[in-house]
Design a protein around this ligand. Structure first.
Ligand code: FPP
Length: 252
């Protein structure tokens, strides 16, 4: 089936987030080193980004490295960092040609110096691009993100900068890494795992979740379009009942 052709262009999500999973298994199945899976996964990053820009999706967030990933064997962590540096360097021109802006979320201060510099450079050099915003979650932990937000809000309260009554959802949202970015309408996870894994816990509160058995290195544009197609076939109710939504849609 050609999913792209079937999409309703008036109901394309504004923000799609992806947990790219299964690189290791993909490589092991082929008798290769796990890093070969990660390197091949870069091609799927290209596929997903091309599909997202094609559909004019405003934000694409990719879970590239979690705070827990530091516990992997050193060779794999080093390899992933090298891959990140070389990929960002080699893709920068293409990001600019395609009007893609790069942002990161997570504690990127703790990344190796070379990685930090490459990222800072790419973020700076794409800052005026107006197309899709590619957000890389790097050294990211959602619980840590929420903890840091709570601490900063508590500090402001202590300093008398805010009142207790001012602590509402909007204020919390504004203290997350994703301040100013709308919550994803859709989150995709590859490789058949059905978990959120400490990813955007606050932001995914009302997101539609799409789990596919496809391993990340096998994920192609068509898989992305399929996820959007399936998302469009669902009804997002936000706690309301179907009849209420139908009434609201009638008035659109
Ligand atoms: C999960 O597969 C994948 C990662 C932890 C890293 C993802 C990184 C890339 C695709 C390459 C670099 C990305 C960018 C944005 C340039 P896994 O290793 O957990 O697979 P497994 O569950 O099969 O072991």
């Amino acid at each position: 089936m050609n999913y792209k052709e079937k999409l309703d262009i008036n109901r394309i999500p504004e923000h799609v987030a992806i947990i790219m999973d299964g690189n290791g298994r993909w490589a092991t199945e082929k008798g290769q080193m796990r890093l070969v899976g990660h390197a091949t996964g870069v091609e799927s990053v290209r596929e997903a980004l091309t599909a997202a820009t094609d559909l004019q999706i405003k934000y694409l967030t990719l879970y590239a490295f979690s705070t827990e990933n530091w516990n992997r064997p050193k060779a794999e962590v080093d390899g992933l960092m090298d891959l990140l540096v070389t990929t960002i360097a080699s893709e920068l021109e293409s990001l600019n040609t395609n009007d893609v802006r790069l942002l990161t979320i997570g504690n990127s201060d703790e990344l190796p110096e070379s990685c930090k510099n490459e990222l800072l450079n790419a973020v700076k050099r794409t800052e005026n691009n107006k197309g899709t915003v590619l957000i890389l979650a790097l050294n990211y932990s959602s619980k840590l993100e929420i903890k840091q937000a709570v601490k900063r809000i508590a500090e402001k309260y202590k300093q008398g900068e805010i009142e207790l009554d001012e602590i509402n959802e909007e204020l919390i949202q504004n203290h997350l890494y994703t301040a100013g970015i709308p919550d994803p309408e859709l989150m995709i996870r590859t490789s058949g795992e059905i978990r959120i894994s400490n990813f955007l816990l606050w932001q995914l509160a009302y997101s539609e979740l799409h789990f596919t058995p496809v391993l990340w290195p096998d994920f192609k544009k068509e898989d992305f379009y399929r996820a959007i197609y399936e998302y469009q076939s669902r009804q997002r109710r936000f706690g309301m009942i179907a009849e209420q939504l139908n009434e609201l849609n009638k008035n659109d």
